[in-house]
Write a protein that binds this ligand. Structure first.
Ligand code: HEC
Length: 203
């Protein structure tokens, strides 16, 4: 675990340095800009940044690939059995394949997709924080993320849960029509689930 944390710290340091130089480069015209201090990144800032990347990639894939080619132009389908069907992987499958690859890299955090109305029963919330977090983002319509801490297997985690919103027709149509979906009345803009990001904390 020690080694993981060490590597994780270096990753954050690198991220911070990169961000700092980008900020300095952008604001070079302003005489009032102070040099940024290197003070470290909080787990929440880290989670927010990771989430911004995940959500953007997920939205781009859904809108520019799946929704355009499968729903608007009828050129290729998206299918759970995408290899056999020679189809596009579902957005959730793309997301999970990325998450699995990240887990293998041991960079110190993990993430996944859960829902109170899961097509795949394995994606139901399990820990207390997951259950409270999904209720929270659902009750505020996805406007505010949920942040909590939990201990799992002797390791403390900072856990952030962000709304996963039905951003395209493809999202709501596929879930509403799926035989295993416990909910069939999703509309565009609805909170359909949550992205859970876990960052280990030094105790
Ligand atoms: C073509 C069908 C299809 C599309 C399009 C689709 N999904 Fe899903 N989604 C599924 C299936 C099937 C699963 C379960 C996959 C698995 O077994 O891992 C799933 C999984 C999920 C999960 C995890 C919980 C669960 O239901 O298992 C969430 C949350 C989710 N999708 C939200 C969305 C959102 C938001 C979009 C649009 C950005 C979207 N989905 C697009 C079919 C689809």
């Amino acid at each position: 675990m020690k080694r993981v944390h060490h590597r994780y710290k270096n990753t954050i340091k690198g991220l911070l340095l990169a961000t700092t130089s980008a900020l300095v480069a952008c604001s070079s015209g302003s005489s009032s800009s102070k040099p940024a201090t290197q003070s470290g990144v909080s787990p929440q800032t880290m989670a927010d940044a990771l989430h911004a990347v995940m959500e953007s990639d997920r939205t781009v894939y859904t809108k520019k690939v799946v929704n355009r080619l499968a729903n608007e132009q009828n050129i290729i389908k998206a299918s759970e059995h995408w290899e056999d069907d020679k189809a596009l992987p579902l957005p959730a499958q793309m997301f999970r394949m990325g998450a699995e690859m990240v887990t293998e890299k041991n960079v110190g955090f993990t993430y996944g997709l859960l829902s109170k109305w899961p097509v795949n029963k394995q994606h139901a919330p399990k820990t207390d924080v997951e259950i409270r977090g999904l209720d929270f983002i659902d009750s505020n319509g996805g406007t505010t993320p949920f942040y909590g801490e939990e201990e799992l297997g002797n390791q403390k985690y900072f856990t952030a849960i962000y709304a996963d919103v039905g951003v395209a027709t493809a999202c709501v149509k596929c879930h509403n029509e799926h035989k295993d979906s416990p909910r069939t009345d999703f509309k565009i803009g609805d909170v359909m689930g949550g992205i859970v990001i876990r960052i280990p904390l030094n105790s």
